[in-house]
Write a protein that binds this ligand. Sequence first.
Ligand SMILES: [Zn+2]
Length: 235
Amino acid sequence: MKTNMFVKTHWKVLKHDFLYKFFRLRLDLVVFIIMKQVVPHNKRKFNQIFVVKREKADWRKAFKREWKELLSRVLNNDLYLTDINNWFCGCPSFLTSHFLICKHLIQQKGIVDTLFFDMVYRHHQYPFINTTSSQIIDFERSNSHNLQTALIFEVAEDENLQVCKKIYERLISTTEKVLDILKDQQDKGNFKWVKSVEKNFQPIEKMLTEITVYKRRRTMVRTFKDSSHNTLFFN
Ligand SMILES: [Zn+2]
């Protein structure tokens, strides 16, 4: 596909049909216009062409003109592999053709009625051109599949939230119980016990120091490099 052309047309339509009143407009206004005008306009056009079928796609006229022109060309004794079922041809003009058509394919296809030009579909896979819209149906199917995937992700996120709540509850309860034990042993003046368990608190003390330093530097620009596992997701 010649994607550059599509992107260029998209910008041209946006600039000339929707943004022509403004000069150097702010980005939030551009986003607003895209959401409130451009997207509804394209949705309406899509519906008119593919659902209601009241309008014809812009390319059909040019396609018909090019087809008719190629029909009048003289065939030389070329030995190209031409396959009208999969719609490809080995000749160089097929490869560079905007609509993937060439005189060999068209003349092998033979006479078509005017209805053909309203029924023909262009595809990204073999057959590149035919009169079935199966690939459009495939596209719709893959879209509903994406929706299902999104739902699965939502469920997974919900489960993650439950797991996260449980972890917090467990850690808070443990910390509170440990705090009670510490205070009780302090009251009893148990210095032997506190010396033997002191090392258990090293990772927690380290985490506290890192978070304190991190909070103090909050206003400065930071990178991922500056973060440890204690501060990477700290909020
Ligand atoms: Zn050809």
